[in-house]
Design a protein around this ligand. Structure first.
Ligand code: UD1
Length: 426
């Protein structure tokens, strides 16, 4: 298992580029199931979840070409024949977002068999709202031996009011509704930029979707979709992680190729903490200057503070003067990083859904364990300011969603390497 070795203390200086959004790329790749034509996606990040989705699509009969390094990380997907519309447990267990293929599979083939995702480190991750929505569209769903089987002659448009806001639930049902008979009206939808990204691709494929990015989405079903070319949005969570890296190390970092319009709640909070930001059209420069001061956050659905930035923000809060209260509203168990941050000298206590961070502590290097994707990012950030050399174990969690992280951070002055490499060598 790969490890990161990080020597803290260097301010990050220069320009760092943001990759395409993993959480947009995953539903967009699943959308290719809806047509037999070629779908070309640009700006696909080179991360492990994308490789997993490639394996998933290929296992169903799709032809997938991931063109990394060539023009724009261009990926071509062609689902001319879907010989095996099954998402097998071996693949689903490593990536819960695999349930995103449920909607498009049933829409295209009238049948889908998808392994039920289990729980994960940050909570139960049920998919009951996906199931309820597909049933409302006329699918018959049965569950046995850990698999969920959905069947229908043709899905029908439906009026669905989500009990709870769900990002992949909104995306999954959107993909089911685009080729359903008649119109659908979805209310209480997720408003995340990733939903807008998916809807833009689907519309380019011939779908008729209105309202993506608001809580009400209207879809007019069409008989067939065709191929399209689409560029994936920049990753707002990777951008946010880099902004905190710049702030926590007291650096001067230009986070480039991002979309600051998607970062509103984080940028506001960083400014409240005393971080100096120059916000451009496609970049944000973060500069040290003022002392960091504590500020509370509460995670919420977009446009609120993202749960995917909570762990990284907590790392920053350990370095701010005063006490910050971090409240996690989206997932029930998303404080796995707290124990490890405390082992590095942080002073954080958890009670229920809130963590109290007593800031201004000096962090020390330690051997720590990554438990999930964003928790790993928090540990990297803490290690970048800790005294001495930290060793982060299980960085495969990190590789699920951050493209060439160590290379990108080294490019702006961080001392980070994978175990086995030599510092400074690219
Ligand atoms: C997506 C993101 C993930 C992010 C999360 C919240 C992807 C691939 N992943 O995950 O990075 O942390 O949004 O912004 O885009 N829920 C139910 N029933 C359901 C579905 C969800 O109760 O059928 C609950 C979940 O347990 C959770 C809440 O709804 O408490 C939000 O989850 P959801 O938005 O669905 O998260 P994901 O789409 O899985």
């Amino acid at each position: 298992m790969d490890k990161f070795v990080i020597r803290g203390g260097n301010p990050l200086l220069g320009t760092i580029k943001v990759s395409g959004a993993k959480n947009s790329a995953l539903p967009c790749m699943a959308a290719a199931i809806l047509t037999e034509d070629e779908v070309i996606l640009e700006n696909i990040p080179q991360v492990r979840d994308i490789e997993t989705e490639r394996r998933l699509l290929e296992s169903m009969g799709a032809e997938v070409e991931l063109g990394y390094g060539r023009a724009q990380h261009r990926t071509s997907i062609k689902c001319a024949v879907l010989s095996d519309p099954v998402a097998k447990y071996e693949i689903v267990k490593t990536m819960r977002a695999s349930s995103l293929v449920l909607g498009p599979l049933i829409a295209r083939t009238g049948m889908a068999r998808v392994a039920m995702p289990g729980g994960c480190a940050i909570g139960g991750r049920p998919i009951d709202l996906h199931i309820k929505g597909l049933e409302a569209m006329g699918a018959t769903i049965t569950q046995e031996h850990g698999y969920l089987e959905a069947r229908t002659n043709r899905l029908k448009g439906a009026h669905i009011v989500f009990d709870k806001i769900t990002v992949t639930g909104t995306e999954d049902l959107l993909m089911a509704a685009v080729m359903a008979e008649g119109e659908s009206l979805f209310e209480n939808c997720a408003r995340e930029p990733e939903v807008i990204d998916l809807a833009a691709l689907l519309n380019a494929m011939g779908a008729q979707i209105k309202g993506a990015g608001t809580s009400t989405i209207r879809i007019k079903g069409v008989a067939k979709l065709h191929g399209a070319r689409h560029r994936i949005n920049p990753d707002r969570i990777e951008a946010g992680t880099f902004l905190i890296a710049g702030a926590i190390t007291g650096g001067d970092l230009n986070v480039d190729c991002c979309n600051p319009a998607h970062l509103g709640s984080l940028l506001g909070k960083l400014e409240q903490c005393g971080v100096k930001l120059d916000i451009g059209k496609e970049n944000v420069r973060v500069r040290s200057g003022n002392k960091l001061v504590a500020a509370d956050i509460t995670t919420e659905e977009y446009p609120g503070f993202p749960t995917d930035m909570q762990a990284q923000y907590m790392a920053l809060a350990t370095q701010a003067e005063g006490t910050s209260v971090v409240t996690e509203n989206i997932f029930e168990n998303r404080f796995m990083h707290v124990g490890e941050l405390n082992r590095m000298g942080a002073n954080i206590t958890v009670q229920g859904r809130s963590a109290t961070v007593r800031g201004g502590t000096k962090l020390q290097s330690a051997a720590v364990m990554c438990s999930d994707l964003r928790a790993s990012a928090a540990l990297v950030l803490a290690a970048l300011v800790a005294d001495g050399e930290s060793i982060l174990d299980r960085v495969y969690h990190m590789d699920r969603g951050y493209e060439r992280l160590e290379e990108k951070l080294r490019g702006v002055g961080a001392q980070i390497r994978r175990m086995g490499e030599v510092f400074g060598k690219k």
